[in-house]
Design a protein around this ligand. Sequence first.
Ligand code: S3P
Length: 170
Amino acid sequence: RPARAQAPVIVLVGPMGVGKTTVGELLAERLGTGFRDSDADIVAAQGREIADIFVDNGEAHFRSLEREAVRLALAEHRGVLALGGGAVLDSGTRELLAGLPVVFLSMEVAEAARRVGLNTARPLLAVNPRQEWKRLMEARRHHYTEVARVVVTTDGRTPGEVADAVLDAL
Ligand code: S3P
């Protein structure tokens, strides 16, 4: 069987806090498929939290675990797959996404500040959430755009409305 027959229906990329998990679960429900999340897969495989992996082993190691998690998910899973916000930084991970229906969920910094500002579970945003989020977004936007088939904005939309917009866009 060709590998593509095992490919997920939809891959969600975008910055931390944009709602990839929430929207992904909704989409999976509507499509009657399963949902996977690379962060959750890494935590399950490693038996430790993402923040601990960053502190103990560094970001480069985390990116290689993430690439492996994405490779496995794409091989095993047919449904909706959400990637961690920085997954697109890795060229190997980007290559895995070639030709797939990838959706870039985007949002403006004002909305992001409200959504992720108080969440200390995200190691990259621990010091100055608003400024760091903006800096990361500026550094990553071209990668999100490069891998994505469509861009869907989440500003001013409920998760249900975002899920509708994703289904319309694909
Ligand atoms: C990261 C995003 C996180 C998680 C890790 C690093 C990033 O995923 O993978 O903390 O580099 O943007 P979410 O986008 O699901 O928060």
